[in-house]
Design a protein around this ligand. Structure first.
Ligand code: ATP
Ligand code: MG
Length: 333
């Protein structure tokens, strides 16, 4: 059975982008893969965050995942900082990855913005920690959104360089699994920017916890153009906002964008947006009720995360111990 690893930062409430691009694809993989899913809090402190709310956000992210179907008894679900092997391997990878490789990472450029000199060094080495998350488990498949493709290529470069430098065949090749029409859900305010849970504007995204009125309002206010919907995909060329809304409806109703266009050809955005908002509310409300039910008993969520961390440690500690032995560290006695 192939081993799968994926993670999500507790950097806010999960968005529709996280759900359609990543979380939703995690669930079916549990049937025929050994799945390891992680709330990556070490990653979340690479950007401004509030120490008073980080723990709560971490638990809420875990509850959101469980509510979306990432059931802890069918996978290993845990919090990254609870398993120290991630940070140990990340340090080794900081020494393997080349600065030139990190300089090419577009996520760092986007997140650091103009004031790059002032960005935290953790943000710069973020991809090395992500490589460690995956390689610590010898995972071979990683379901992510399109934005993480470059980081996964880097993770393979790091694994290959480690293998080459130490003359071993230790870290396997990682296969990114970037799936479906919603692998890149765009911001509701700007069709050229991806939807992000850490975006300053709450209007740019649908949060999984948004109530029906909020969803309807955000969709109604979503940027669009004045043209009606075309009958064919080519009619969406140069219309990123229209393409995004069509893609979201297709993903949420399990159909293709071409089918959505066939059904809504000639419709204006006024009525199309109503259809979209209704479909979103119908899809999200059971997830929201389940999340509330789970969070009514925070101790139970924490207990399943503790068990997940025990399972994770059992897999990754021998692998990271071996990596340290290959590097030549004196064995702990
Ligand atoms: P942040 O803004 O803090 O980076 P994020 O919304 O980008 O938050 P992450 O925790 O970085 O979320 O990523 C979790 C998963 O969600 C990753 O697999 C990522 O590729 C995926 N993802 C993030 N944004 C989108 C999006 N707009 N469309 C599809 N997938 C996405
Ligand atoms: Mg991100």
């Amino acid at each position: 059975m192939q081993r799968v690893f994926s993670g999500i930062q507790p950097s806010g409430i999960p968005t529709l982008g996280n759900y359609l691009g990543a979380i939703r694809n995690w669930v079916p993989m549990m049937a025929d893969h050994e799945c390891i899913y992680c709330v990556v809090d070490l990653h979340a402190i690479t950007q401004p965050f509030d120490p008073k709310t980080l723990a709560t956000q971490t638990r809420e992210m875990a509850a959101a995942l469980i509510a979306c179907g990432v059931t802890p008894d069918k996978c290993t679900l845990f919090v990254q900082s609870h398993v120290h092997a991630h940070a140990r391997l990340a340090w080794i990878f900081n020494c393997v990855a080349r600065i030139g490789w990190l300089n090419r990472m577009t996520q760092f450029k986007d997140k650091a913005g103009k004031d790059r000199e002032n960005a935290g060094s953790g943000l710069y080495v973020y991809p090395n920690l992500m490589a460690a998350d995956i390689h610590a488990y010898h995972a071979t498949r990683v379901p992510v959104g399109e934005d993480q493709k470059q980081h996964l290529e880097l993770a393979n470069d790091i694994g290959e360089k480690f293998n080459h430098d130490y003359g071993v065949d230790f870290f396997p090749h990682i296969e990114p699994m970037i799936q479906g029409v919603a692998a890149r859900v765009m911001s509701l305010r700007d069709g050229t920017k991806k939807m992000s849970k850490s975006d300053a504007s709450d209007q740019s995204r649908i949060n999984l916890t948004d109530d029906a009125d909020t969803v309807a309002l955000k969709i109604r206010r979503a940027k669009t153009d004045a043209e009606p919907l075309p009958g064919e995909m080519s009619g969406l060329d140069g219309r990123p906002e229209a393409r995004n809304l069509v893609g979201i409806l297709a993903a949420i109703t399990d159909t293709s964008p071409a089918d959505v266009l066939r059904q809504h050809e000639g419709q204006g955005f006024g009525s199309f947006k109503n259809t979209l908002a209704d479909a979103l509310v119908a899809h999200l409300s059971p997830i929201q009720s389940e999340m509330q039910r789970l969070l009514a008993d925070p101790g139970a969520v924490d207990a399943s995360l503790r068990q997940g961390a025990d399972q994770a440690r059992a897999i990754c500690e021998p692998i990271v111990d071996k990596a340290e032995e290959l590097v030549g560290f004196l064995k702990r006695s």
